[in-house]
Design a protein around this ligand. Structure first.
Ligand SMILES: *[C@@H]1O[C@H](CO)[C@@H](O)[C@H](O)[C@H]1NC(C)=O
Ligand SMILES: *[C@@H]1O[C@H](CO)[C@@H](O)[C@H](O)[C@H]1NC(C)=O
Ligand SMILES: *[C@@H]1O[C@H](CO)[C@@H](O)[C@H](O)[C@H]1NC(C)=O
Ligand SMILES: *[C@@H]1O[C@H](CO)[C@@H](O)[C@H](O)[C@H]1NC(C)=O
Ligand SMILES: *[C@@H]1O[C@H](CO)[C@@H](O)[C@H](O)[C@H]1NC(C)=O
Length: 462
């Protein structure tokens, strides 16, 4: 139970998170530290329902993007029209270092940034969500910048089999093959971007990673250009994999209570072993078409005390890529496939029946259900509980899975998860059935243990 006022200002507040520094040992730092900032902007607070509407469409774009996985030639990295609720970290590339801002994205597999020179972008600005400063990397100002060449084996691995990239004239390791690895082309919905891969120095205060593979996007259309992306996915070119860390962890703090309590921590960790106090659940084997997501084994979901008995086919990924729950750090909210969404929201409506539904908010935002809390002094919202394999439960309080908005004369809260639109709501669509967005693990310390292939977490004030 929480007082309504404490919930209200939370949603649109800018908050930031600090990666905490740790000591080094034998020149190799055990952990590496970076400050982290939310991509929410305060501008969003002016028109709550417009914000909710943008959020709904952004969530759908994100869902469509993530559900395409690897099979679609449209997807090679994470590009979505808005980055509501992502978290950015500054990374320094090049010599001398150029500091740029990157969205931390566990649903994405490479690191890339808009790149000068001659960078062109058509219809790329999204004024409503764009952070003020665009990160643009200029390789011409860096003495350590090298274009990835065709002879480099990494070129083969970066080439997507479905886009017919590769170095045709270099087959058989021809010594004559001096040209650059072909440009990558990324598509997202109506947008597109293209560029080439660089091998660059990635600089941290106590460590430099040489020949880090980073995408240099040269041209784009209808894409958000103001943020670069740091893929934290399970495959070889993600940031943690290239750095060779054994685990990474973050703690997103609750922005619901206190604007001044704005620090948490994220750690890139070279040490192995169990972290004290964490409950662990194993990562599941990835279906071939979705190699870079972190799938978690969920046994069931509870709404308050009620077990929802979600059919198991939705809870674990099949070899055809259907089903499963993925943890998505790159986006605040989430997605549930039609049948799961229906079970969850039906139970939510039942348990929230003492509050009026706000059809007005639902119509305007496109989210459902929305509740009207006007006149209620205190709120009782059931917890959403994920029961993971291995016995670990993640308890998400109402304030972390509902989205509150204060309108002129009323206070509403919407369930911000989206589902497949249109008539296909009962179809078992390809791709994960559930995305666990980062708002649902606020006030949790979350550790991605890559070495031991498991997720560890504990409730914590971040
Ligand atoms: C850019 O947007 C304008 C206005 O929406 C449109 O007329 C134009 O065709 C767009 N250009 C491209 C290259 O998409
Ligand atoms: C990278 O490419 C090489 C050559 O095709 C292949 O043998 C290797 O398995 C690939 N590595 C990964 C992680 O895909
Ligand atoms: C080597 O490259 C040069 C210049 O691109 C080209 O003229 C020549 O035919 C190439 N030789 C082979 C064996 O591919
Ligand atoms: C919420 O309820 C109040 C009181 O009944 C009403 O005046 C207001 O229009 C409602 N707002 C929304 C968005 O449903
Ligand atoms: C949904 O169903 C209605 C009625 O059957 C139909 O008119 C409409 O075209 C359908 N929409 C989609 C997106 O299939």
């Amino acid at each position: 139970m929480a007082s309504s006022t404490s919930l209200l200002f939370s949603v649109f507040t800018v908050f930031s998170i600090l990666f905490l520094a740790s000591s080094s040992e034998d020149n190799i730092p055990a952990t590496i530290t970076i400050p982290l900032t939310s991509t929410f902007t305060s501008k969003l607070s002016t028109e709550p329902l417009v914000f909710l509407q943008h959020l709904a469409s952004a969530s759908l774009s994100r869902a469509h993007h993530l559900k395409h996985g690897k099979t679609s030639p449209l997807v090679k990295t994470s590009l979505f029209p808005h980055s509501y609720g992502g978290h950015t970290i500054p990374l320094s590339f090049g010599t001398p270092p150029q500091k740029l801002s990157f969205v931390v994205d566990t649903g994405s597999h490479v690191v890339w940034t808009p790149c000068t020179t001659h960078y062109t972008c058509t219809n790329c600005s999204f004024s409503d969500a764009a952070p003020k400063k665009a990160p643009i990397f200029n390789p011409e100002l860096s003495s350590s910048s090298k274009i990835l060449g065709c002879r480099n084996p990494k070129c083969v691995n970066t080439s997507s089999p479905d886009v017919h990239l590769g170095c045709p004239r270099c087959n058989g390791n021809s010594k004559n093959c001096s040209h650059a690895c072909p440009r990558y082309r990324l598509h997202y919905g109506r947008g597109a971007s293209s560029g080439y891969f660089l091998l660059e120095n990635l600089n941290f205060p106590a460590k430099t990673i040489h020949k880090f593979l980073v995408g240099c996007t040269k041209s784009a259309a209808r894409l958000p250009t103001s943020v670069a992306f740091a893929g934290f996915g399970r495959t070889m070119f993600s940031l943690p994999m290239q750095m060779g860390v054994k685990k990474f962890a973050y703690c997103l703090n609750s922005h619901d209570y206190d604007d001044t309590r704005n620090s948490g921590k994220l750690v890139l960790d070279y040490s192995d072993g169990k972290t004290k106090g964490l409950s662990y659940t194993p990562f599941l084997k990835n279906p071939p078409d979705f190699p870079f997501y972190y799938y978690l084994g969920v046994k069931d979901i509870k709404m308050g005390n009620k077990r929802l008995r979600i059919p198991s086919k939705y809870l674990a990924p099949g070899s055809d890529g259907r089903g499963g729950l993925m943890i998505d750090s790159g986006f605040a909210y989430g997605y549930m496939t039609g049948p799961v969404f229906k079970i969850v929201t039906n139970e939510l409506k039942k348990q929230m029946s003492k509050y009026r539904r706000s059809l007005e908010a639902e119509t305007q935002s496109g989210l459902t259900p929305c509740f009207n809390f006007t006149g209620h002094k205190s709120l009782e919202i059931p917890d959403l509980i994920y029961q993971f394999r291995g016995g670990a439960n993640m308890v998400v309080p109402g304030m972390n899975y509902l989205l509150m908005a204060r309108l002129e004369t009323s206070i509403v809260a919407c369930f911000p998860m989206v589902t497949d639109a249109g008539n296909n709501t009962m179809e078992f669509t390809p791709g994960p059935s559930i995305f666990l967005g980062n708002s649902q693990h606020v006030d949790y310390y979350v550790e991605f243990d890559l070495k031991n292939e498991r997720l560890g977490f504990r409730r914590q004030t971040c």
